[in-house]
Design a binder for this molecule. Structure first.
Ligand code: PLP
Length: 423
């Protein structure tokens, strides 16, 4: 048990006000050189930094030192901060006590790590609706067509898993990065387990918006990214069952992951602890500290007020968009299906790039355009089968919101779209 150098974590306090984000007063140039306040509506790509996250990083920096290596006080303190961050992040997603929590670079890295840890012969089942991070890393994959309704997703997984022999893993996103729609992960976990398969959930777009409880939902793995969770310091996490992770080849070969290295020709012994085995090299301590601070800040605020405010804003945004002729929201399961604060749409007569550029240049609004690293899904939603990455006609515009989004940002987007649609 390491000596506790930092004060023990305080017991749960009453809910705090929603924290501020850095950059809320950012001014950006529009056509003609005038400066306007930036309307950041691109949270699904990367969310701004929460003030408590920035403060936690600033507080950790003066004692910043090596992790797991030094006997010096600063090194011990930094090691304790890093391991405490692991504990916080694990608790944030409601992990079981024996789950491993491995710090990664991001969700893509987490999914690639999991792909390397699959037992031999594992078949992975994914829907074509996935972000490429969850669609592409698997060596042996069955891809399912986008389901017409949530129950169809469960039926398709049920039928597919029934045909698979040997180990199987279902990989599914909890909230779509294209439509924001929530997937029935509890039902999918239930079906997967009924077939003896496991389920890994891509929670990159869920955890910034909703509480996730891995143990209660009976998920085997979750992956997410700090930079989408108001912690833009380059850390993500893979959390879940330790057995496959402990049995796999280390993700990176090098210092920190070994228990002993013999002479040339002798065996190298790798740690059996997945959190050590798969974290070779010096880890991203500040990324981990930032990620944990974001988890703490969201938990301290409480999900009730966060969700209430987001739903109010997203309802306002969607109602505004629905009232503009020529602007069409993309949706897999219809307008009433629950979703997080992500809204993708097309504007008649304009490519997505033209619309996004006009929103920025004329109105100081930041959105994303393209296929959002979900090419098969966006093609499905648009009803196109062609469209390379550069084909602007087969793309959409995405507005996404979170902490720091205001009514004015939403209204500015709606007014700007109305102007664009009637040009
Ligand atoms: C649902 C989803 N999964 C995975 C990713 C990949 O995240 P990262 O780029 O942080 O690895 C994203 C990023 O947009 C995403 O939206």
């Amino acid at each position: 048990m390491p000596v506790l150098l930092l004060p023990a974590a305080t017991p749960a306090a009453p809910a705090r006000p929603i924290p501020a984000v850095l950059g809320a007063d950012l001014q950006v140039p529009v056509k003609g050189g005038r400066l306007v306040p930036y309307a950041n509506l691109d949270y699904a790509a990367s969310a701004p930094c929460l003030e408590p996250v920035s403060a936690a990083v600033a507080a950790a920096l003066p004692a910043y030192s090596s992790v797991h290596r030094g006997a010096g006080y600063a090194s011990q303190l930094t090691t304790e901060r890093y391991e405490r961050a692991r504990h916080t992040v694990r608790a944030f997603v409601g992990a079981r006590t024996d789950d491993a929590a491995i710090f990664t670079r991001n969700t893509t890295d987490a999914m690639n790590l999991l792909a390397r840890c699959l037992p031999e012969g594992t078949t992975v089942v994914v829907f074509d609706t996935e972000h490429h991070a969850s669609l592409l890393p698997w060596p042996n994959v069955v891809r399912l067509a986008p389901p017409a309704f949530p129950g169809e997703a469960i039926r398709a997984v049920d039928e597919t898993l029934a045909e698979i022999e040997g180990p199987a893993l279902l990989v599914v996103t909890a909230a779509s990065n294209v439509t924001g729609e929530l997937w029935p992960i509890a039902g999918l976990a239930h079906i997967a387990h009924r077939h003896g398969a496991r389920i890994a959930v891509d929670a990159a777009q869920l955890v910034p918006h909703r509480r996730l409880n891995l143990a209660a939902l009976d998920l085997d793995y979750v992956a997410f990214s700090g930079h989408k969770l108001y912690a833009p310091f380059g850390a993500g996490a893979l959390i879940g069952r330790p057995d496959w992770l402990a049995a796999a080849e280390p993700y990176l070969l090098g210092g920190g992951a070994v228990t002993s290295v013999g002479a040339d020709g002798e065996e190298t012994l790798w740690s059996d602890d997945p959190e050590v085995r798969h974290e070779a090299g010096t880890p991203n301590v500040l990324g981990a500290v930032a990620l944990a601070a974001a988890c703490d800040a969201l938990t301290a605020t409480g999900w009730t007020s966060l969700v209430r405010e987001e739903e109010r804003l997203v309802t306002r945004l969607r109602a505004g968009i629905a009232g503009i002729e020529g602007v069409r929201e993309l949706s897999l399961w219809g307008p009433d299906h629950p979703r997080v604060g992500i809204v993708s749409f097309t504007v008649d007569g304009l490519t997505a790039r033209e619309a996004a550029e006009a929103l920025s240049a004329d109105h100081g609004i930041g959105v994303r355009d393209g296929k959002f690293c979900a090419h098969p899904f966006v093609r499905h939603l648009l009803g196109t089968s062609d469209g390379g990455c550069e084909d602007g006609t087969a793309s959409a515009v995405r507005a996404s919101i979170g902490i720091g989004t205001t009514d004015e940002h939403v209204d500015r987007l709606i007014e700007a779209l109305r102007a664009l649609a009637t040009q």
